[in-house]
Design a protein around this ligand. Sequence first.
Ligand SMILES: [Zn+2]
Ligand SMILES: [Zn+2]
Length: 313
Amino acid sequence: MVDRPRCAFCAEHAIFIDRASGLHLCGTHLKRSVEERVFLEMQMHTLPPTLGVAFSGGKDSTALLAALTALQKRLRIQIIALTVDEGIAGYREDTISHAKWVCQTLHIPHKIISFKELFGWNLDEMISASCTIHACTVCGIFRRRALEVLAEREGVHTIATGHNQNDAAQTFLMNLFSADLKKMVAGSFGTPGSSRFSKRIKPFSTVSEREVTLYGVLCNLFKELVECPYAHQAVRGEVRSLLSELELHRPGTIAHTAACERAVRTELLARRSSGIIPLVPCSICGWPGSHAVCQVCTTLEKINQRVQRPSVL
Ligand SMILES: [Zn+2]
Ligand SMILES: [Zn+2]
């Protein structure tokens, strides 16, 4: 029988190998390593008394909620889970009920807002009303707004999202390939005091997708959930494969790309706060954006025209 490698810090068998550093870790030490990096990342921000966690009920946000719950006392914060119900038949019912179960298990207050209550339509209706609109694009635009409305309703000014190191690297390349500078800062809208948007923080910025998955498994909080029916439309998949391929031959590529994303975003944000890319209030809904009418109102207008019903915003 082949002797399995041991953890670098104890006598347990390793369940994870960091290919870039060669470090072997057992379950306990992997959990500790993930929590320590989340703690360090959180220390980089001025933390509010109550932190909102964008909680879809999927793998990444479940692991994030578990990690932040474990660190709640050390960080001296209260946590509230914020869920957006987009209204996707055959998919969201399951993830919402899983989300409720996770919050009950972790004893975290849970608030839900739906596209239907906020915009008058659920995502399925929006997509069938307009076959020209890309599902993930439309969902992203409305989900971001729904989360802001829910945060404002709950008096939350900072939201943690489950984006991990791989997501950051993928997003960076996607924006680079489409030369989209605006999108490079979009994820960090709302530097304190500059607008109505909540501050966004990404505690898993230095944690890889594989570590996040293992962390969630070790916390016994994962459930096999069906994939979003619109996921096949996402272009992210191609960039993901490209990065995985590079990572295989050059361990550390994803971490380096993610670090570069952070540096570029920080630089762009500094330019935004000095007024080079100003935000203006939308003439319809009043939320800040880069145009006279915001993206949410423009998209909703298109959908409403197609189904000939007035806007409910
Ligand atoms: Zn160990
Ligand atoms: Zn608007």
